[in-house]
Design a protein around this ligand. Structure first.
Ligand code: ATP
Length: 610
């Protein structure tokens, strides 16, 4: 398959301002892809070579790309750099220079997806002595044969900055539309047009099954390949596997313990909500332990102490394999007290000094769920059963314990437990359903888990995790940097980001500097297709970062688009007096606070005032 097909699709995705058109473009692309390479094509569209959780980066530095572009096009490196400074995007520079390259070549072979993928794999895998030269050679070879548009996307991909902003859910939609109708109806487009009510219902079920499979394996390439080769049957064959991360189950929130117990049928298992870092542990005795963050990044190398602690506590006489959901909480080894969440961030992203950091910032692992045990999928079992399995598999130690819990239907006991949790240095509690259908719902934020925190005294009962989608130029002291950011919540139903406030407080000068640089790399010339805004920003950004924001209250405003018209016609939701609390590097934009959550928060805020 020609890489030019991909490049052309990427160009059109980049230019569209409509989410549905984005999906349609992907459907067109997937329909024409041979099943044998669809896995690779999906990863490439995500700007990667492997599923996210494999954490293998391409790792081409700007310098090296500049050298390669200069070499292939015959322009001096200084010229490439000068254009880069002006345009801010090496992909566009490569495109422009390849179009007018000085060295015309006699032999050039059209680029295929397979060849591009193999070269990028070679680049990612190059290490040790001679790695730079090998990378340079591989880059030059493909750039040499690239047409201008291909060069744009090749360079961005190798730099790790493809920036298409296509969400996983959009890819899943497109995969389901492309491959699921095959079931009975034959070709995708005909099925689309001739859909009866029954077919539409079947399609919705298929879409849900495709998403479920993705939640279990966290690998879009795997889902795509199964669909393309085995249809829905193939997708239903995807199961939990120790060693491969599962998309985490998440909690809803409510404003009082009374409501929570009511919502959970009068009885719940209450648990301390520890304020640390979520770690999904995959244990395979005799093989290895793998640890994944909330974002499913493989963090095993950063937490050797956690691996050792798990192996010590795990009952390996009776069990050999498990997937366990835990929170790693920083604590004082002398007093046993929990320490602020930020302590654990010193452990993140380290390549060096890992052992020292483990000594300086020790963590205790609080286990709270179990999804798989010795090949048996427990995720579908009710919560009490999973909890029992958890109790059997660990012998509590000073580094691994079960989360503190209380099974109760009594409101005052629940209130006391909540107070105890706060006194112990926890954020609050997570109340969990114990009903027959209290399965582990991978990848879903649902009412099976309800969190209750009380840490902020402002009117807004909780902080909101928001996504910068635009920026405004700074003035005075902030000249040359961003003065404020346009922040948005996530509308899950429409898969888009809707604005709620302009954020300009809570940043230190250094932060502003680094933020301008980091967000600057996400700049796009026009409003991104997944952003809904009536406000016009000076710069537009691909939704990518997540910032936790504390506000005074949620109000209705005609200027913002979050939940527009839902509560009052001509108005959306806005956050008043927003200030930055912290950057949430552990969240993806789709994990940001949803518009529905903000609507709920607004309703509860009203109730309190009455
Ligand atoms: P927050 O920012 O409030 O932690 P979140 O979006 O990261 O929210 P939620 O699902 O809303 O996650 O809240 C549950 C989170 O609380 C989990 O992701 C986990 O990290 C943490 N946690 C701490 N203790 C528990 C527990 N006993 N059971 C479940 N989750 C817990």
């Amino acid at each position: 398959m020609d890489y030019s097909v991909l490049a052309e699709t990427y160009r059109r995705i980049e230019e569209t301002t409509k989410r549905l058109e984005m999906t349609a473009l992907l459907v067109g692309l997937f329909s024409g892809t041979p099943p044998g390479i669809i896995r690779k094509l999906v990863y490439l569209t995500q700007g990667r070579l492997y599923p996210d959780f494999m954490s293998i980066e391409l790792g081409v530095a700007d310098r090296l790309a500049i050298r390669a572009i200069a070499f292939v096009t015959g322009y001096p490196e200084e010229e490439v750099t000068r254009r880069w400074m002006k345009e801010g995007d090496l992909g566009l520079v490569a495109e422009g220079l390849v179009a007018v390259k000085k060295q015309r070549t006699l032999f050039s072979e059209p680029l295929t997806v397979e060849r591009v993928y193999a070269s990028l794999q070679g680049i990612a895998g190059a290490s040790g002595a001679g790695a730079q030269e090998l990378k340079m050679k591989l880059i030059a070879e493909i750039l040499h044969d690239a047409r201008p548009l291909e060069a744009r996307f090749l360079v961005r991909t190798m730099l790790g900055r493809l920036r298409l902003g296509v969400a996983d859910m959009t890819i899943l939609d497109a995969l389901a539309i492309t491959f699921a109708p095959r079931e009975g109806t034959g070709d995708a487009r005909a099925a689309e047009e001739a859909a009866t009510a029954d077919e539409l219902a079947a399609r919705r079920r298929n879409r849900a099954a495709v998403e479920h499979a993705y939640n279990l394996c966290s690998d879009l390439g795997e889902v795509a390949e199964r669909l393309a080769t085995g249809g829905m049957e193939g997708v239903r064959g995807i199961r939990l596997e120790a060693g491969r991360p599962v998309r985490p189950m998440l909690a809803e929130r409510l404003g009082s313990m009374e409501e929570i117990l009511g919502k959970l049928g009068g009885k719940a298992s209450l648990e301390y909500k520890y304020d640390g870092m979520r770690i999904q542990s995959h244990i395979r005795i005799g093989k290895e332990v793998r640890l994944f963050s909330r974002q499913l990044e493989n963090v095993t190398g950063q937490f050797p102490d956690v691996t050792a602690a798990i192996l010590q506590a795990f009952n390996s006489r009776d069990h050999e394999e498990a997937i366990v959901d835990c929170e790693a909480v920083p604590f004082n080894t002398e007093t046993g007290e929990f320490l602020p969440f930020q302590e654990v961030s010193h452990r993140r992203g380290r390549k060096y000094g890992v052992e020292e950091a483990a000594e300086d910032y020790p963590v205790i692992l609080m286990a709270f769920d179990c999804l798989l045990l010795d090949g048996r999928e427990l995720a579908g079992a009710p919560y009490p059963e999973r909890r029992k399995a958890l109790a059997r598999m660990f012998r509590p130690t000073d580094r691994v314990q079960m989360s503190e819990s209380l099974l109760t239907s009594d409101l005052s006991a629940a209130e006391q437990f909540f107070q105890k949790a706060l006194d112990s240095g926890c954020e609050g509690i997570v109340a969990k359903s114990v009903s027959e259908d209290s399965a582990y719902r991978a990848g879903a934020r649902g009412w099976q888990w309800i969190k209750f925190k009380r840490d902020y005294k402002s009117e807004m009962e909780d902080t909101a995790d928001l996504v910068p989608v635009g920026a405004f130029a700074g003035h005075g002291k902030r000249k040359g940097k961003y003065g404020a950011l346009l922040m948005a919540a996530y509308n899950k139903d429409l898969d888009r980001f809707e604005t709620v406030c302009k954020l300009g407080t809570g940043f230190s000068d250094e932060m502003l500097e680094s933020m301008t640089a980091e967000l600057g790399a996400q700049r796009v010339p026009q409003r991104h297709a997944r952003v809904e805004s009536t406000m016009k920003a000076d710069y537009w950004l691909v939704p990518s970062a997540v910032y936790e924001v504390l506000g005074a209250e949620i109000t209705l405003s005609p200027v913002h688009t979050a939940g527009f018209g839902k509560l009052r016609s001509g108005s959306g939701l806005a956050i008043r007096f927003p200030r930055l609390k912290q950057v949430r590097a552990d969240k993806r934009p789709e994990d940001a606070t949803s518009v529905q959550e903000l609507l709920d928060m607004y309703e509860r805020q009203l109730k309190k005032v009455e």
